[in-house]
Design a protein around this ligand. Structure first.
Ligand code: FAD
Ligand code: NAP
Length: 551
């Protein structure tokens, strides 16, 4: 078969399996990477820590978990039959439905035989003599020419460590590691820490179930009503009639989604109050993250952004009946510099008699006790506590693996001042290692499935090129990396995105270097990746077996 690489075995009894491509993670990224490898006839294997496929959608089973990009968009586009045949029940599918979809994909493309579940990759070391990765897992070892990190941007939970946490006698849950059997909060006093997307989705549902719900809020968040509901059948039919054209239109958008929402063309600063109120109201009613498309300068000019902030503040004041609670819930940071939330009855929930909001912005949680939480000198008693405190995003999961590149340099050491990559795909000193949606790529600022598909296809074509050219290793150059990092920073600094303490900057994790990790803008990024490949992988050093003796 064309493009087949020959798997070689090494005479090392400790290394039991040999692959052309080893993939870490069985979420959307890992599964598609495996499918592409299978299509090329490469020997490929996924190691997955969980006991099922789905990644994000396997782990995040908290009440209310659902996508914030419409399902007609938040789904694979690589197979026309798949996208035609699958029917979403809701505009924004819930976690169980998305998990069913991922399982369907795994079965449809016969991926399970090449996935080893319950297996965590713990260590990977590059052997320069053989140009292979030696991989250590919780269940054995493997040797691989290529190592693809499909480990996810939001897959390592950020668990707070408060004094006395171990003494709390009830259960403490994290939204990102939710029990598979669900949790019944009936008749319970529940505390939720956090008001990010996971909290915004789960709070309204927990509030309906629990006897009493107390929310600890450090920073209020902007949230737009999702107006979720059964999928619009006419829209689905219209989309499916020309699905690829719709996907292509989305790929031309900065965030690779919402091409159907008209983007404003004139500055918010040129609008009269009546005009901007009408325009924002229209976008508010769309129920989409595309709210921020109302005007083109919302993330470029603080004065323009302030108008959108005012609009949302007024909405919160309209919905929340207690003015003090409304004020505490009203964010002041730049709207959009943290990911917007989409909700169903989030602000309305604070009008319930059984819901209390505790502002911990100036007096943080002091400690846990056996029966609850102490904040600002007051003790709150709980039967259960939910930490909706997010993730060690973009780098946390990769850095949990002891990755050693050329000369045994560890990735942790290399990234000690923040992650640096070339194209968010490769790292100098770590040949034949690819990161899917790595730092320095648009990743979390986009419909991630579009970013995942683009990365997987680029990696797949790169591996095929290497095989045809007889190369055995590919490594980003330091010059290309430095230029790329400067570019990522320059683009971010042109916007208001780095102005608040978001997880995009790593600020949510104590001690993490403050670096804006994703790249803004999908279309120019794709163009650059294509150009690099078309120019024979510009910015990379490619090595053939004959060269390796001189390495
Ligand atoms: P993941 O789905 O995170 O999968 C990574 C996998 O790697 C996991 O299964 C993990 O167990 C495994 N793994 C990690 N380390 C190891 C190791 N050392 N050894 C073995 N296995 C390992 N994005 C959007 O674009 N739209 C949305 O609506 C959206 N909603 C989201 C909702 C939630 C609650 C969260 C947390 C994220 C959401 N995202 C959304 C982002 C989401 O993470 C991506 O869309 C996408 O699912 C990521 O897929 P992935 O395969 O790259 O990573
Ligand atoms: P998050 O956005 O990082 O929110 C975490 C929340 O916990 C924040 O309110 C944070 O406050 C708070 N927090 C963290 N540590 C704390 C501490 N020590 N004390 C008190 N409060 C603390 O995490 P997330 O809600 O899980 O979402 C992460 C990302 O996943 C989202 O941005 C989105 O990309 C994705 N996601 C998407 C959806 C969806 O709608 N489809 C749902 C869930 C997640 P501060 O703001 O002050 O740090």
């Amino acid at each position: 078969m064309e493009g087949v690489l020959v798997a070689r075995s090494y005479d090392n009894p400790q290394l039991s399996q040999t692959f052309d491509v080893t993939i870490v993670g069985a979420g959307f990224a890992g599964l598609y990477m495996l499918h592409r490898c299978n299509q090329r006839g490469l020997s490929a294997q996924i190691f997955e820590a969980g006991d099922g496929v789905g990644g994000t959608w396997y782990w995040n089973r908290y009440p209310g978990a659902r996508c914030d990009i419409e399902s007609l968009e938040y789904s694979y586009s690589f197979d026309e039959d798949l996208q035609q045949e699958w029917e979403w029940s809701e505009r924004y599918a819930g976690q169980p439905e998305i998990l069913r979809y991922v399982n369907h994909v795994a079965d449809r493309f016969d991926l399970r035989p090449s996935i080893q579940f319950n297996t965590r990759v713990e260590k990977a070391a590059f052997d320069s003599a053989t140009a292979r990765w030696n991989i250590q897992t919780s269940n054995g070892a493997a040797v691989s020419q290529y190592l693809v990190m499909a480990t996810g941007c939001l897959s390592s939970t950020n668990k707070p460590s408060f004094e006395g946490m171990d003494d709390f006698e009830g259960p403490i849950y994290h939204t990102g590691e939710w029990p598979h059997d669900g949790v019944d909060f009936s008749d319970q006093r529940v505390g939720v820490i956090g008001t990010g997307s996971s909290a915004v989705q789960s709070i309204p549902i927990i509030a309906k179930q629990a006897k009493q719900l107390t929310v600890f809020q450090r920073t209020p968040n902007y949230s737009i009503p999702a107006h979720n509901g059964p999928i619009d059948k006419a829209l689905e039919a219209e989309t499916k009639a020309n699905y690829q054209a719709f996907r292509d239109a989305n790929r031309r958008e900065n965030g690779a989604f919402a091409s159907r929402t008209p983007a404003g063309e004139t500055s918010a600063l040129d609008a009269t109050e009546d005009e901007w109120r009408e325009k924002f109201e229209h976008h508010w009613q769309l129920g989409s993250l595309a709210f921020l498309r109302a005007y083109p300068d919302l993330l470029l000019d603080d004065n323009a952004n302030a108008i959108a902030r005012q609009f949302v503040a007024d909405k919160i004041a309209e919905v929340v009946t207690d003015p003090t609670t409304a004020q505490i819930l009203t964010p002041t940071q730049v709207i959009g510099c943290k990911r917007l939330c989409l909700d169903t009855n989030y602000f309305e929930t604070y009008n319930r008699d059984n819901v209390e909001l505790v502002d911990i912005s100036s007096a943080p949680i002091e400690r846990f006790t056996p029966t609850g939480i102490v904040a600002d000198g007051q003790e709150f008693e709980f039967d259960a506590i939910v930490t909706a405190t997010g993730f060690d995003a973009m780098t946390g999961t990769i850095l949990k693996i002891d990755i050693r590149g050329v000369n045994d340099v560890s990735l942790k050491e290399k990234w000690s001042s923040g992650p640096t990559t070339y194209l968010g795909l490769c790292i100098p000193g770590f040949p034949n290692l690819f990161t899917v949606t790595g730092p320095g790529s648009p990743s979390v600022l986009t419909n991630m499935i579009m970013s995942i598909e683009q990365h997987v296809e680029w990696i797949d074509e790169c591996i095929d090129y290497m095989s045809h050219q007889g190369h055995q290793s590919i490594e980003a150059t330091v010059d290309a990396e430095q230029e790329w990092v400067a570019h990522v920073n320059a683009v971010a600094d042109f916007t208001l995105m780095p102005t608040c303490n978001s997880w995009y900057l790593g600020v949510n994790v104590p001690g993490k270097p403050r670096v804006f990790m994703p790249l803004i803008g999908f279309p120019p990024y794709v163009e650059k990746c294509n150009e690099v490949a078309a120019n024979g992988y510009e910015g990379f050093a490619l090595t053939s077996p004959a060269d390796s003796s001189t390495r």
